[in-house]
Design a protein around this ligand. Structure first.
Ligand code: PMP
Length: 360
């Protein structure tokens, strides 16, 4: 569509054009209700249908087993850094794998509530890889093991899950949920901020195994207790109605694409367009360790900081925006979530070839 840029932002990030168009078409009159979703009572029949459909689509897309609850919670993934330890605490200790900045933030926050044991940490490698871990490293008495499935800033992802025995595995999947099939039954709890592969900011999705709900203490603030959401279909109070509606539209879109397996197949192709070029170039270089490369966030550099800055500037002029790397890594980062069309990456690579030829 004319005037729309290719937005490589790490989040909030691109939404599928058809989703935006649907939201636009329904903005003034959603489903014949005569009002927009933003104006509807969350207790009305049309809205209850929206939230119920959002949940059922997510269950279908991720094949969520029946003994898991799906919760829609206001606030971002950062709020889950607190809610996880507050709710899952039993013995008062938890294992964390620190594979990036957000994983580190999660561990720091948890340390306010439980004793945090850092099982593995790739900070010495500037988080360019998933740190090595062994199933023997985990404490069998820990309340849970926390990982970050995809590291948004550093562009790495887990390709195999830690074996934690009976200790529940908890994953922050903010930047790769719905991008590849995930076996939900491997996890005690999954959470994700919505502003990448789910929809828009203001919402986090939590998928929790039902037996873990009995751990929450009654003294927790009402909105910090998972049971408040689980017992009230995520509507104890007013939920982020529009964000949940947008999630429903995105879930419908993923289903139309053929579901998560089909989206994953295409994500592998999309990432390969960029990685293959980066690997063939003697000018650009991908910064993450090859075996651990993310399919969603691809950081890379030119030979110098000056050329990095020049690249970011010229790229923006060509309609490739938000490609500057995070300050902790420098260089560039292309975030290519589900909604980034293949042609966005093809055109970016064509521009990179041209830039390389002019600046080598
Ligand atoms: N975890 C990961 C993996 C993230 O990428 C982000 C945000 N980019 C967060 C947590 C924090 O999310 P929020 O800003 O929604 O609190």
């Amino acid at each position: 569509m004319e005037n729309r840029v290719y937005n490589f932002s790490a989040g909030p990030s691109m939404l599928p054009l058809s989703v935006l168009q649907k939201a636009q078409a329904e903005l003034l009159n959603c489903n014949g209700s005569g009002s927009s979703v933003m104006e509807m009572s969350h207790r009305s029949a049309p809205y209850e249908a929206i939230i119920a459909e959002a949940e059922s689509l997510l269950r279908e897309l991720m094949q969520i087993p029946d003994n898991y609850k799906v919760l829609f919670i206001q606030g971002g993934a950062t709020q889950q850094f607190s809610m996880v330890p507050m709710n899952l605490k039993v013995n008062g200790k938890a294992d964390y794998i620190v594979s990036g900045n957000f994983a580190n933030n999660a561990a720091k926050e948890a340390a306010k509530f439980v004793d945090v044991n850092i099982v593995a940490n790739s900070k010495p490698q500037n988080y360019a890889e998933i740190p090595a871990f062994d199933s023997k490293d985990f404490d069998p008495e820990a309340d849970y093991v926390h990982i970050t499935s995809n590291n948004t800033i550093f562009g790495t992802r887990y390709t195999q899950w830690p074996e934690t025995g009976n200790v529940p595995l908890v994953a922050d999947m903010s930047s790769n949920i719905l991008s590849e099939p995930m076996d939900v039954s491997r996890f005690g709890l999954i959470y994700a901020g919505a502003q990448k592969n789910i929809g828009i900011a203001g919402l986090a999705v939590v998928i929790i195994r039902e037996d873990l709900l009995s751990r929450s203490c009654d003294k927790l603030p009402v909105l910090m207790n998972y049971n408040t959401y689980a017992n009230n279909d995520s509507m104890y109070n007013t939920p982020p109605c529009f964000a949940i509606y947008m999630a429903k539209l995105v879930f419908e879109w993923i289903k139309e694409q053929g579901g998560v397996a089909a989206v994953y197949e295409n994500n592998v192709k999309k990432a390969a367009i960029l990685y293959d070029y980066l690997d063939s170039s003697s000018f650009f270089k991908a910064t993450a360790k090859k075996e651990d490369r993310s399919l969603m966030n691809i950081p890379f550099v030119t030979p110098s900081k000056e050329l990095d800055a020049q690249f970011v500037k010229e790229a923006a002029q060509q309609g490739f925006v938000n490609i500057k790397g995070h300050r902790l890594v420098g260089g560039m980062r292309a975030s290519i979530y589900n909604a980034m069309p293949n042609e966005g990456i093809e055109k970016l690579v064509a521009f990179m070839r041209d830039f390389e030829a002019r600046n080598k």
